[in-house]
Design a protein around this ligand. Structure first.
Ligand SMILES: O=P(O)(O)OC[C@H]1O[C@H](OP(=O)(O)OP(=O)(O)O)[C@H](O)[C@@H]1O
Ligand code: HPA
Length: 177
């Protein structure tokens, strides 16, 4: 029996995730032809998605990492988005694509959009593997969206519960949450 099976059930299979990532990569490749693309990967949750997506984009891109945190181990946002580490280069004049694992309440993405817009990029777009519209507290336009999901707490493929389960290769659902 695998270590997670008492607490986590499969919600979106690894095969479905990978197929959707490939489709998004092809779309991004078409849209950014001739442009200098910078992926802004949001730590920690988006890392697995960002690594796979980057390999499906057939362009000479740059990767930056920006750490933010607001859930503090539970299933409810604290409502306070904190930067835990900043990008390493100036973002002015760059074509930025923010890479997220999930847009839930939207508070993190709203904070990120405001923060990065203030640095005067050439363009600013959003890619998110998951969207949970039932819990949205603010409207976010997602340019590249993997899956729309119901109001369940998901883990795996980068997503955590109390820092656990990020290393599952599928999207799981916490039993009883
Ligand atoms: O739309 P929201 O309600 O703001 O939720 C989405 C954010 O929550 C998670 O991050 P978290 O704060 O748990 O940090 P982590 O990525 O390090 O797990 C997730 O990775 C998103 O960044
Ligand atoms: O459903 C979720 N799972 C894990 N982390 C999250 N952060 C916001 N929503 C979620």
């Amino acid at each position: 029996m695998a270590f997670y099976e008492n607490e986590v059930g499969i919600f979106i299979t690894e095969e479905k995730v990978q197929a959707r990532v490939r489709e998004l990569g092809a779309e991004i490749t078409r849209d950014y032809q001739g442009k200098d693309l910078t992926l802004v990967c949001v730590l920690k949750g988006s890392t697995f998605f960002a690594m796979d997506l980057a390999r499906c984009i057939d362009l000479p891109l740059t990767m930056e990492f920006l750490g933010v945190s607001s859930y503090q181990g539970g299933t409810e946002t604290t409502g306070e988005v904190r930067i835990t580490s900043d990008v390493s280069k100036p973002m002015a004049g760059k074509h930025l694509l923010i890479i997220e694992d999930i847009i839930d309440t939207g508070l993190t993405m709203s904070f990120l959009l405001e923060n990065l817009r203030a640095r005067h990029p050439a363009s600013l777009k959003v890619a998110s593997l998951l969207e949970k519209p039932a819990r949205a507290r603010t409207k976010i336009d997602i340019d590249y969206k993997g899956f729309v999901i119901d109001d369940v707490f998901v883990v795996g493929y980068g997503l955590d519960y109390a820092e656990k389960y990020r290393n599952l290769s599928f999207i799981g659902r916490m039993k009883g949450k």
